[in-house]
Design a protein around this ligand. Structure first.
Ligand SMILES: Nc1ncnc2c1ncn2[C@@H]1O[C@H](COP(=O)(O)OP(=O)(O)O)[C@@H](O)[C@H]1O
Ligand SMILES: [Mg+2]
Length: 302
């Protein structure tokens, strides 16, 4: 497995699991990169060291690097790079004047920022500097948008391509021939990016999505929806992490909590029994720093 994505509701332990999984693979001598796509980056807090939008070696762990993807910045760079190509399509294929084209160019293209965040990941995978890529995704809704971005952007490309075809037809009718220009190349290369992303996501030998939840009703409901969307998108799910499982029976409160959780653990087993379920015990302290993450790692992979 080359690409592993952790996802789920906010606060259930996605970042914790991503960091622990990164630690696991790095210690197994795989060159590993943890990529955080949650705009509310907390990977740095989890690792207790700075992480930024450039790849950084994790201090104290050989073979482990980390990166916080800034989708907005990736989109800005993309727009800057392809401004001419996009505007050229709009100018040649519509009746719009320069001002209209400018305002259209400034419009948000749905899915494009997420797609560009994703493209950053794909580019890194294709560069092939690492053996394992662990993605710490944003809470469910955002992660689903990320996974849905190839589809959204594909729709956008279709519209642009349609506009191009009209232009192409007119040029061809008048001059007898049409030579593809840099705008056509741009659409084609974007189309290829979308295809590459889709192919990787749907390849169950290379990519796995691991939902993380806690034994509570709202998290169970959200996991059901997440699993359905992943299934609809053809993305492989083989196992589930149930975090914050109460083990102690040392006091009245612990016993009550444990009892309450048992009901939801049973529900999880009933609903998601077709998946491998990995429980992770609730720790007595927040999970921060390499030493504590190492403990979680052992629960996840023992
Ligand atoms: N098993 C656990 N026991 C105790 N605290 C945990 C456990 N897993 C995660 N935490 C803590 O819960 C909080 C949320 O975890 P985090 O991994 O940031 O969630 P997410 O990325 O899903 O929002 C963090 O403060 C983290 O240290
Ligand atoms: Mg997080």
């Amino acid at each position: 497995m080359k690409l592993i994505l952790f996802g789920g509701k906010g606060g259930v332990g996605k970042t914790t699991c991503s960091a622990s999984a990164g630690l696991h693979f790095a210690k197994k001598d795989f060159k590993t990169l943890i990529i955080c796509t949650d705009p509310a980056h907390s990977l740095a807090d989890s690792l207790e060291q700075t992480v930024g939008d450039g790849i950084k070696q994790v201090t104290g762990v050989n073979n482990l690097s980390a990166l916080e993807v800034n989708s907005e910045k990736a989109l800005q760079i993309f727009k800057l790079e392809y401004e001419d190509e996009i505007k050229n399509i709009m100018e040649t294929s519509t009746q719009l004047d320069k001002d209209d084209v400018e305002s259209m160019f400034q419009l948000q293209i749905p899915g494009l920022d997420e797609l560009m965040g994703f493209k950053t990941i794909i580019d890194l995978i294709e560069e092939g500097q690492y053996e394992k890529y662990i993605v710490d995704t944003a809470p469910t809704g955002h992660a689903l948008r990320l996974l849905n971005s190839p589809y959204l952007i594909d729709e956008w490309i279709k519209v642009m391509a349609k506009m191009r075809w009209k232009y192409r037809f007119i040029v061809q009718s008048f001059s007898g021939k049409y030579t593809p220009d840099k705008s056509d190349d741009f659409l084609l290369s974007l189309k290829k990016t979308v295809k590459r992303i889709e192919t990787l996501l749907k390849d169950s030998t290379q990519c796995e999505f691991i939902p993380v939840l806690i034994p509570e009703p709202m998290a169970i409901l959200e996991t059901e929806r997440l699993l359905k969307s992943l299934n609809d998108s053809g993305i492989a799910v083989k196992r589930l992490v149930v975090n914050n499982v109460m083990e102690s029976e040392g006091c009245e409160f612990c016993r009550a909590r444990k009892k309450a959780q048992q009901k939801y653990m049973a529900e999880i087993k009933e609903k998601f029994g077709h998946l491998t379920i990995t429980p992770v015990p609730l720790q007595d302290n927040p999970v921060m720093g390499i030493e504590v993450l190492d403990r979680i790692k052992n629960c996840l992979f023992e």
